[in-house]
Ligand binder design. Sequence first.
Ligand code: ADP
Ligand code: ASP
Ligand code: MG
Length: 412
Amino acid sequence: MARLVMKFGGTSVATVERIKNAARHVKREFDAGNQVAVVVSAMSGKTNELVAWCKEASGLYDQAEYDTVVASGEQVTSGLMAIVLQEMGMPARSWQGWQVPLFGSDAHGSARIEGVDGAGILAGFDRNREIAVCSGFQGVNPRTNRIVTLGRGGSDTSAVALAAGLKADRCDIYTDVDGVYTTDPRVVPKARRMDKVSFEEMLEMASLGSKVLQVRSVEIAMVQRVPTYVRSSFDDPENPNPGTLICDEDDIVEQQIVTGIAFSRDEAQITLRRVADKPGVAAAIFGPLADANINVDMIIQVVSDDQATTDITFTVPTADYERAKTLLESMHDIIAYQSLQGANDVVKISAIGVGMRSHAGVAARAFRALAEKGINIRAITTSEIKFSVLIDAAYTELAVRTLHSLYGLDAA
Ligand code: ADP
Ligand code: ASP
Ligand code: MG
């Protein structure tokens, strides 16, 4: 007997018919004698609709009420899943975040999980192996008693945190692809499914744009040692494939230099021309952006030839682009730059692999390959196990495919 958490994403619960199909996967595990907690997302598209309603109601909506609205999508699917499981003859009940309870910080819209109390769910397991169907994405703040949500894609994090809280043997993330691929299979049909991927690489891939798992879920899986699989809810419930295991680097026998390519359209570029080249200028620019909670990612400062002025280029999330520009324009006199240029039709392409630690020249090969395709690089960053380039968005697919082949990742 094992204890399992099974998470179903938006496309896997998009209709009552799909919920019935997901329930057949649950039945397989239940019939095998396992204790099962299920975590569900909202029906696909639902959360976007709820977010749009908040924006329509007010340009400056109350974040706590936003959470009340957007958490409702998961309440619907948890109830429906419980009804379907009961209909199929299994003991089941729904659990909202506040009922579990799953505690979250008061950062509405992007709360961090502070703890999960699994006692109620465990009592149900002991009583009659009752299946706990939990609403993903939501929790409660223990101090304010308000509903909080965990950020977009947060049901992955609910599932892994619940698995840790229940000391589950495994967390299975069921989605619309049968595992983690070397890059988004929707963009590169030649992408390959991996049997295993290391925590470190998955963390980088998720934070650099591979939305197959929310970054926080990978962090929790890594720190709390939760064996986590990504697998397909569209497999035959009687004969499913195991999917991709996220695991320790040491458990992977054959290491590639580059294991995956990720891309993010969530980047915008800002360039300040002819900024005074003197001590304190970077602080004058990036201090106020940090105070305004705007995350700066890539930064390039050009060495000036006149020793008096320099150009500084950096990227911010698309959602903060207008805010960042307005802030910098309001500080024109203090920072003393000649002009501000911006672009949000850019994309960040990244290559990830633990093998980069021990191999030189990995990024240089990419620069050459992109140049041969006529793709101009606007900015570059590198770190221990990844490098990223910022390019025009129009070249996204060409660049991803070029790097995917370059590093030998294409399926035969
Ligand atoms: P869910 O609704 O189940 O949470 P998501 O849409 O959040 O599903 O995540 C699954 C999607 O992630 C896939 O349909 C795929 O297009 C995308 N994706 C991006 N990068 C990858 C990758 N490296 N491997 C697999 N899927 C990826
Ligand atoms: N429903 C939420 C979202 O769309 C959470 C999730 O699906 O993981 O972001
Ligand atoms: Mg998701």
